[in-house]
Design a binder for this molecule. Structure first.
Ligand SMILES: Cc1cc2nc3c(=O)[nH]c(=O)nc-3n(C[C@H](O)[C@H](O)[C@H](O)COP(=O)(O)OP(=O)(O)OC[C@H]3O[C@@H](n4cnc5c(N)ncnc54)[C@H](O)[C@@H]3O)c2cc1C
Length: 457
């Protein structure tokens, strides 16, 4: 019998575990993780966009430190984006928790990482003059390399204070009386309190759990777009100042909101494998030796569907499937070719001055993206060209498609507890967070509550 079982070793699960065991060595805590330990997480497809890999769990998305393991490690300290934790626990507390996460990152090896801020700068004013809205945030950029050091230090801290089992997928949850039974292929574990923090890859399973316990879920949002790659020099005046700029623009044609997302100065474009589809993403290293000559960022258009349509994620997946069908993986197109209505091909790419950091198939994104999203993206690129001249150059590369799937929103209260007493659902799988700092903050929030609950028992 464990006091607490944590399912999922991503940011939410790891920070929850850290907050519990750093003070309460008397508690019996078990973490169950489907993926591999950090030092065994290797993607056999690195550098290519092929779909098949044969891995039992995806090392990019799963394993110790979850989807954040090989991420860029951008910890945005803000309630403006990255989730809606503040709506559940209050704006002040959410901010306090995100600063707490930041302090832990610094103590665990991130002390040299720079903190950038968007507040009160000239760029914001310049953007506004062109109807582009720069959202306020402070961001600590750890970089993929430093992020991995912190993850390893976190593991070293936890491993002697609790049990961590890898390659152990939880397949079912039962509750009898006050006791949870957590079922895996390797046996069943019992506990008094349960944290489910299975991230994006575990969101379908969370829906099943919710169905079986009668916990309400809702799902209606998906973001679709492309990843833009261009010479880092064009965005240097922005990225040097704020590193990651979240810029929102309302298109004149459709009144849709388009935003920049996940900006990676001197970074590389990578594929993101969901098993049956491949989408695109990006990251960058802190170590200047590993920098590329390009900056990449996503341009995303949000879709909030209304009744009766409920399967917003399937809508996004279908568009990704279409691009995979045409390109055998991720498609890539020069902006110049897109606006001229012609596909990019090997011959045109050979003359392209921007060197792609990912081996994707040259093609035609207009055959994949719905007209509305495509028009929105083209309009946004022209708008960005006003604050970063050159964005609309012929050789700006667009990779498609980038899809941000949103997990179903699970009905949880201010404690992030479900209607089943003792069962907490947090991090990205709850739909409450969509980012490292908010997922980690949700972990600390629940851990603080559980320290109190378990002490009272
Ligand atoms: C390439 C990439 C780059 C990113 N860059 C950034 C960034 O710079 N900044 C940012 O804020 N966000 C970034 N993100 C998003 C960020 O990684 C997530 O928001 C964050 O990891 C969510 O944390 P989490 O703990 O909720 O879930 P996850 O990190 O997804 O962790 C969930 C864990 O649960 C495990 N799991 C799932 N199902 C089960 C099961 N049934 N049994 C046992 N274990 C299970 C998974 O294997 C996984 O390890 C990036 C994502 C990707 C993919």
């Amino acid at each position: 019998m464990f006091d607490l079982v944590i399912v999922g070793a991503g940011a939410a699960g790891v920070f929850a575990a850290y907050e519990i065991v750093r003070e309460r060595k008397d508690l019996k805590v078990l973490m169950l993780e489907k993926g591999l330990p950090l030092d065994r997480r290797r993607c056999p497809k690195k550098g290519s966009d092929r779909m098949e890999c044969g891995c039992k769990s995806c090392s990019i998305m799963e394993g110790f430190y979850g989807a954040g393991g090989f991420s860029d490690g951008k910890y945005n300290i803000t309630n403006n984006f990255g989730g809606e934790l503040h709506k559940h626990i209050g704006a002040e507390e959410a901010m306090e928790l995100m600063w707490q996460v930041d302090a832990i990152n610094l103590a665990m090896g991130g002390q040299d990482a720079k903190l950038y801020t968007t507040a009160d700068n000239e760029l914001k004013r310049e953007a506004l003059r062109h109807d582009l809205h720069l959202l306020d945030a402070q961001v600590r950029h750890l970089g993929t390399d430093r992020n991995l050091v912190i993850a390893q230090n976190m593991y070293d801290f936890l491993k002697d204070r609790m049990q961590i089992r890898f390659s152990t997928e939880v397949v079912g949850i039962r509750k009898e009386g006050e006791t949870f039974s957590v079922e895996t292929e390797k046996g069943t574990f019992q506990c008094k309190k349960l944290i489910l923090a299975t991230g994006r890859t575990g969101s379908k399973w969370i829906e099943q759990v919710c169905r079986s316990f009668g916990i309400r879920t809702t799902s209606n949002r998906v973001d679709i777009g492309v990843r833009v790659e261009l010479p880092a020099l064009l965005f240097k005046h922005i990225t040097d100042q704020v590193y990651e700029s979240k810029i929102v623009y309302r298109t004149k044609k459709y009144n849709d909101l388009v935003r920049t997302f996940c900006m990676n100065p001197y970074g590389e474009v990578v594929s993101e494998n969901y098993g049956d589809i491949v989408t695109v993403n990006g990251h960058s290293y802190a170590d200047p030796e590993l920098h590329t000559e390009n900056t990449n960022f996503a341009l995303l258009v949000s879709h909030q569907f209304t009744e009766p349509f409920k399967d917003s994620n399937e809508y996004g997946a279908s568009i990704a499937r279409l691009s995979n069908m045409l390109g055998g993986g991720v498609l890539m197109q020069r902006f110049g070719d897109l606006v001229k209505g012609r596909r990019s091909n090997e011959r045109r790419m050979a003359k392209c001055f921007t060197r792609p950091t990912m081996a994707a198939t040259p093609g035609d994104l207009s055959l994949v993206l719905p007209k509305r999203q495509l028009d929105d993206i083209v309009e946004m690129i022209h708008a960005l060209d006003k604050i970063a001249p050159g964005t609309a150059n012929e050789d700006t590369l667009l990779y498609g498609v980038e899809v941000k799937f949103y997990n179903s929103n699970v009905a949880v209260d201010g404690r992030l507890e479900t209607s089943v007493p003792g069962m907490f659902i947090l991090g990205d799988c709850s739909g409450v967070t969509h980012s490292l700092s908010q997922a980690a903050a949700s972990g600390i929030h629940v851990a603080r509550i559980l320290k109190g609950d378990l002490a009272a028992e």
